[in-house]
Write a protein that binds this ligand. Sequence first.
Ligand code: SAM
Ligand code: SF4
Length: 339
Amino acid sequence: MNRESPEQQTRSSLVDRFNRRINYLRISVTDRCDLRCIYCMSEDMEFVPRSQLLTLEELFRVGKSFVEMGVRKIRITGGEPLTRRGVMQLFESLGELDGLDDLTLTTNGTLLHRYAKTLQRAGVTRVNISLDSLQEARFRKITRIGDIRRTLTGIDAALEAGFQRVKINSVILKNRNHDEIPALVAFAEKRGMDISFIEEMPLGETGDHDRAELYYSSQQVLQDLQPHYDLIATTDTTGGPARYYRINDSNTRVGFISPHSHNFCDHCNRVRLTAEGRLLLCLGQEHSMDLRRVVRANPLDDEPLRQAIIDAMKIKPKGHEFDLTAKPVLFRHMNVTGG
Ligand code: SAM
Ligand code: SF4
């Protein structure tokens, strides 16, 4: 089952063994970040040497090939994508691609005061900004080093820049920020933004907490909101795994990304490119294809790259197998894939 419209389904020629049509590519442009969120990274991270990263031109070549094969949506993520030097050039060239309907960004917001307008002009349609707490001290604790004022200024800049939609992403952890769920929704609603609540996924050791202990399900988030908001379930989709509710008499939608309590793999329409050029076929599995090798072996010919992408569809797994009680089976942290 695919939730895309019939028109969208016929437009992508990338289909996997389970008849899922791939029309969404997420590109992580860097694994580095100016924050160290406790669910995403450990305190001492080792990052990929810069020499091993795809260049911005190579990232564009891969993005363009995907669009030529029917991908309609590209999300730029990281690490913190806006910390990659020269990244505006990538947004600008992707923004000019015929056939790309949606160019989006996930960011922690710290650099949006500088780049929001340029991004909007380059053709970025929607921006997701991560914000897990409205309290200065708690924000610092969750991000280890962040200053909430920078993210809040970034949110204001995004709202002023005139994107089609700005959304807040909040990872909810029991006893760390779960008491702020209604306040986060009020914050988003006041500014006409959407908000999605995300269940923590067990990617990489972060050395901060036991993930099973801090697990807070989407169902619990919904229950916490019901006394405060009249939430109406919708069939809306933004091409991702979130299930959306609308707040009655408001433009704001509340989404839930629930890898544990509501497995979304049957509808999966996406693949992910790491900053090193590894095409990951599933966020929760290691099946991958090394596109950097193909790109570099064929600097003037995109055909081998397109063939490698088609071949990769054959190894896209059926789904993830996240288990909160086990040690992470995946060594890789979320900053490698960008969520
Ligand atoms: N730095 C940008 C940001 O924070 O928005 C983009 C990259 S970040 C890895 C993308 C999203 O993944 C963020 O919304 C973040 O909260 C979420 N995330 C990171 N680690 C996670 C984890 N272990 N489980 C669930 N979501 C996670
Ligand atoms: Fe950085 Fe985003 Fe990971 Fe936080 S979630 S450490 S902001 S990449």
